[in-house]
Design a protein around this ligand. Sequence first.
Ligand SMILES: [Fe+2]
Ligand SMILES: [Fe+2]
Length: 142
Amino acid sequence: MSGPALRKADSHHLIHLAAAGEGTDLTMLAKSLLANGKMEEASRALQALCEHWRESTLEHAREEEADWYLELMENEDVKPIVLGFRRDHFLMERFVMEMEHKLQEGESLDEVVMYAEGFLKLVQIHSDSEEKFLTQWEEGVW
Ligand SMILES: [Fe+2]
Ligand SMILES: [Fe+2]
């Protein structure tokens, strides 16, 4: 989903909500499996989580940068805000890459879960910032 849906606070919020909901469920599932010593299942849940973030949130970020952000960057007052959003996206991509790398290398699943929980927090802060910005945009603040 892209185009007009990205430019409205309510529809953009729904996009964020759908991705975060499934991401939260998979993170909690992996954490619970790990706590019960089910390492194989926990590893598979974390792999599914990485795929989920790639197909949803990271793809959403790519769409924003290819379209909506470019338009916003034309406004000099808004440009610094958009640069901050792009930095968030860079960190989100890095988090998923780190998780995938740790899973491939068979590193500690506890650490991967820590990254997964950090990613959730990062996405939440980023989504809140975008939605707050969009609300202000609709109010004509910018
Ligand atoms: Fe974004
Ligand atoms: Fe977004």
